[in-house]
Design a protein around this ligand. Structure first.
Ligand code: 3Y8
Ligand code: NAP
Length: 248
């Protein structure tokens, strides 16, 4: 058995530790989106594969027998390619996907089908908006230039942002509830924008928003093609031990 673990999430890093302890022959894969990704206890590869064709070729060349897709729920392109390439190569695929966040008492959440729908949902009167969505989709908010934006990214960015009133915060998640609340109070934030990433690595801002009684505008996850899916690392380890017992 030789496993390709598509990573980039808290759950992927937790699973990598369990797989390393179990001495499973595996490779951990990053896209290479950040300058210094967390080092993993498995051999790592960094960078795209070159579409589903490149991934299929990688599976063949590296004699990968099993793929675990533990990428972020918004990494839809990678997940789609994994389904296509694994079907094409007859390689077993398991998706590890954490549950979506659901609002609790005291939460003031507005769900939008996609990130693209968020700017239109923001008020027209000038507000102070915290964009906790990384850097890929910041340009969407040029549609509402009247707001003061606080943008948080993992690595410093080059070039000028298409937002006339913007502050950029370079910080690596995860964060604590206290730090998130202090940040939003310091910047007099009136609205929080985020994705429904789920998990524990990014939910502190939601708890802080609840305490501060701030409205949250949350993009729902993209649809993914069907695949065998589990929601915990333990279930993923069970899947691996089951296939290992079968000697495949
Ligand atoms: C490169 C690997 C681990 C994984 C940690 C999780 C938790 C912290 C929360 C906020 C939201 C955001 C962002 C975020 C979180 C975890 C997890 C998660 C959100 C790293 C990582 C990589 C990335 C890529 C990066 C994206 C960006 C998104 C920042 C490592 C730290 C906003 C998603 O600069 C860029 O281009 C960043 C791009 C994709 C979304 C975007 O569109 O900008 N993640 N994040 C992975 C790779 O190269 O394959 O650097 O160590 C991983 C983690 N990010 O091992 O503990 O599991 O969710 N990541 C979002 O949820 O909205 C931050 O600021 O509050
Ligand atoms: P994406 O849009 O689904 O994928 C775009 C391309 O990036 C893929 O087609 C693939 O390139 C490459 N890629 C993505 N994940 C990869 C991986 N783990 N290993 C190797 N190549 C990968 O992906 P994304 O949303 O940019 O996310 C990139 C990475 O950041 C993923 O590891 C994801 O888990 C992590 N992440 C993303 C978010 C988010 O909000 N999107 C949040 C937290 C963490 P090729 O087509 O060339 O193979």
């Amino acid at each position: 058995m030789r496993v390709l673990l598509l990573g980039g999430t808290t759950e992927a890093s937790q699973l990598a530790r369990a797989m390393a302890e179990a001495r499973i022959d595996a490779v951990f894969s990053y896209a290479g989106r950040t300058n210094a990704p967390v080092v993993q206890p498995l051999p790592m590869r960094v960078g795209g594969f070159g579409g589903f064709e490149g991934l299929a070729e990688y599976l063949r060349e590296q004699r990968i027998s099993h793929v675990i897709d533990a990428t972020h729920p918004f990494a839809a392109g990678m997940s789609r390619n994994a389904v296509t390439a694994c079907a094409q190569m007859g390689v077993a695929l398991l998706r590890l996907e954490r549950s979506a966040w659901v609002p609790q008492a005291g939460d003031d959440w507005t769900f939008l089908p996609r990130l693209e729908d968020v700017p239109n949902a923001l008020p027209d009167t000038p507000a102070r908006v915290f964009l906790a969505i990384g850097k890929k989709h910041i340009g969407l908010f040029a549609a509402k230039p009247q707001h003061h934006y606080l943008v948080r990214v993992v690595d410093a960015m080059q070039g000028v942002l298409p937002l006339p009133i913007v502050e950029v915060l370079v910080a690596r998640p995860p964060f604590t509830v206290e730090a998130e609340a202090a940040l939003m109070q310091r910047h007099c934030i009136t609205h929080l924008v985020c994705k429904n990433g789920g998990g524990t690595g990014a939910n502190a801002k939601l708890i802080a928003a609840r305490h501060l009684k701030l409205p949250v505008f949350m993009a729902q996850r993209p649809d993914l093609p069907k695949a065998q899916t589990v929601s915990s690392g333990a279930e993923a380890m069970d899947w691996l031990s089951h296939v290992a017992d079968r000697g495949v």
